[in-house]
Design a protein. Structure first.
Length: 575
């Protein structure tokens, strides 16, 4: 049986009075009426015409220290989130989901103290429950609107009509083959619809990767959004084979082969968008795992101003990207935004007087006025093979997607030492270790010191969601972890995201770059010539004014852009 929800009437009355919604006289009359009717003070105030239901709910939310969800915000809840809770359960307990992450479901309730309902919901969804408060009328209206929309909109059919799937033809000259028109059997139709909905939702949510993994009891489908994986669907275990087979069909892979890894690709065309999907299949003990990387080919809109450079850093970066020769290397792990930064640089410096050429795997964005070469190792078009031919193409500036081996590094270095400007990326932890990595690949120290102009390490940190951004006081442990338990640390105003429908309950929406920029001045060049160790190079770079990745993250905290947790997640502690 649902418990009566009437928290401390005197305090509720005081909150409403303090907000200027009722007067002392009105509160006395309502309390007097309550003695005779034994009802809920909020309902009595509403029946007497002193306040409306939404004002009482806001007062109760303040009393219980819960977020209040307005009627308008309830209607903004996404159908894929609402569908996590069955409609009969939502109606019975007067609640509706408003946001979800891979571990947490945020629910708006008319009675947040209904513990049996939240316990049942936790077992039903397999997520921990975060409660918010909304009006009963607002929740019931949202249930009617959103569940009807889910039942009647035929979202899956609509998605199938919007998306077109294209695979590479066996003969490359034939271009792409439209896989949307292939015959689908009756038994396969549900899987096709599920995959279409999965792809459409991923594109809509700005996901960069989709992970399909077999678990003991279900299939886990996770999207990587803003660099973090979030579980979004849990189809039954029996759907796994069909999903993997459909992915293989779209990618032109061997359906019968389940013992070896396979790589493939296909293209999705949606209204106003073209997305290149890179597929990787890996056999595991539970069955094949699929990872689909989504590359939006519709255009590149980023500029250097929007990447997150601090003003002084932007000046330095711009100074080096217009040099006539030398090498500029950006380092960082996969998914840290290296290619995006280089694309933004090329976009800024391109002009009709220069021959700009890129060698990439894959070509992530198409840029007008730049010659882009796609590596195809299967036919022998590797980075090094492509570079050897590009040298005969009269290039001025060159972008090498990644330096992976000694031969590629050797060509890049020689190219930069013969009057050309080279941009490239490398997998390394920070700017000083990039030099160590180049030498480890096989480039002689005197060549590294001679060719490098600028080395920059990069990471992406999530932005605090502007819709639910709130100030908060960090703990002593958090300040200590950032080495900020001092005057500077206490002077910063800290923020975090509370979680809302706009950010899927994560508290973050979008990402921004943090950078560690090391200019190769004469002292550093001599240290590289002398094969100095990484720590000595780092100490000298810091002495010359280099801002470390951790410090760059702290600057973003000071600006209220990101949180302590994000900086700690993305950078290492400096000892």
């Amino acid at each position: 049986m649902e418990r009566s929800f009437n928290p401390q009437p005197e305090q509720l009355g005081a909150i409403l009075k303090q907000a200027g919604l009722i007067t002392d006289e009105q509160l006395r009359k309502a309390l007097s009426e309550q003695k005779f009717k034994k009802g809920d003070l909020g309902q009595i105030l509403i029946s007497m015409g002193y306040v409306v239901e939404e004002q009482v709910a806001q007062g109760r939310a303040q009393l219980l220290d819960l977020e209040f969800i307005s009627n308008e915000r309830l209607l903004e809840a996404r159908e894929v989130v609402v569908a996590l809770v069955p409609e009969p359960f939502a109606k019975q307990h007067v609640l509706i989901p408003v946001a979800a992450s891979d571990t947490v479901l945020k629910v708006a309730m008319a009675n947040p103290e209904d513990l049996p309902a939240t316990d049942s919901l936790q077992k039903l969804t397999g997520r921990s429950i975060e409660t918010a408060l909304a009006t009963k009328a607002g929740i019931l209206a949202a249930i009617e609107t959103l569940y009807v929309r889910i039942r009647t909109s035929d979202e899956v059919t609509e998605v199938m009509g919007d998306l077109q799937f294209f695979a590479e033809a066996e003969n490359e000259e034939e271009g792409l083959v439209d896989m949307s028109r292939t015959e689908v059997g009756i038994d396969d139709a549900p899987i096709v619809k599920l995959l279409n909905m999965m792809m459409a939702e991923a594109i809509k949510e700005r996901a960069t990767d989709i992970h399909v993994e077999m678990q003991d009891t279900h299939v886990s489908i996770r999207y990587r959004i803003d660099g973090v994986l979030q579980e979004v669907m849990s189809p039954p275990k029996t759907a796994h084979s069909g999903i993997i087979s459909r992915i293989k069909i779209l990618s032109r892979l061997n359906i019968a082969e389940k013992r070896l890894p396979q790589d493939g690709r296909f293209t999705i065309r949606a209204p106003g968008k073209e997305v290149d999907v890179r597929v990787s299949l890996l056999p595991t003990v539970n069955g094949e795992k699929a990872v689909l990387r989504l590359l939006d080919k519709s255009g590149f809109a980023m500029t250097l101003e929007t990447l997150g450079f601090e003003p002084e850093m932007l000046k330095i970066f711009r100074r080096w990207i217009i040099q006539p020769y030398g090498m500029l290397i950006i380092s960082g792990p996969t998914g840290s935004g290296k290619s995006t930064t280089l694309y933004a640089a090329l976009k800024e410096i391109k002009n009709p007087g220069d021959n700009l050429t890129t060698v990439e795997d894959p070509v992530e964005y198409h840029l007008d006025g730049i010659n882009q070469v796609q590596v195809k190792a299967g036919i022998g078009l590797t980075f090094s093979a492509a570079l050897r031919h590009i040298l005969r193409q009269d290039p001025d500036k060159l972008l090498i997607g990644e330096i992976r081996d000694e031969e590629t590094a050797d060509i890049a270095v020689k190219f930069s030492l013969t009057g050309h400007l080279v941009f490239s990326t490398l997998h390394a932890n920070d700017a000083p270790s990039t030099i160590t990595r180049l030498i480890d690949i096989g480039v002689a120290p005197f060549l590294v010191g001679s060719c490098l102009n600028l080395v920059m390490a990069q990471r992406l940190v999530r932005r605090i969601c502007l819709h639910c951004k709130i100030p908060y006081e960090p703990t002593k442990d958090e300040l200590k972890a950032l080495v900020l338990d001092n005057e500077r640390g206490h002077a910063i105003k800290y923020f975090r995201g509370k979680g809302c429908v706009h950010c899927r309950g994560t508290g973050y929406h979008g990402r921004i770059g943090i950078f560690e920029m090391m200019e190769m001045r004469q002292v550093l060049r001599r240290m590289v010539f002398d094969n100095a160790n990484q720590e000595d190079i780092r100490d000298e770079a810091l002495k010359q004014g280099m801002i470390s990745l951790r410090e760059a993250g702290i600057i973003k905290i000071e600006h209220g852009i990101t949180s302590i947790q994000e900086v700690m997640r993305s950078t290492v502690t400096e000892v």
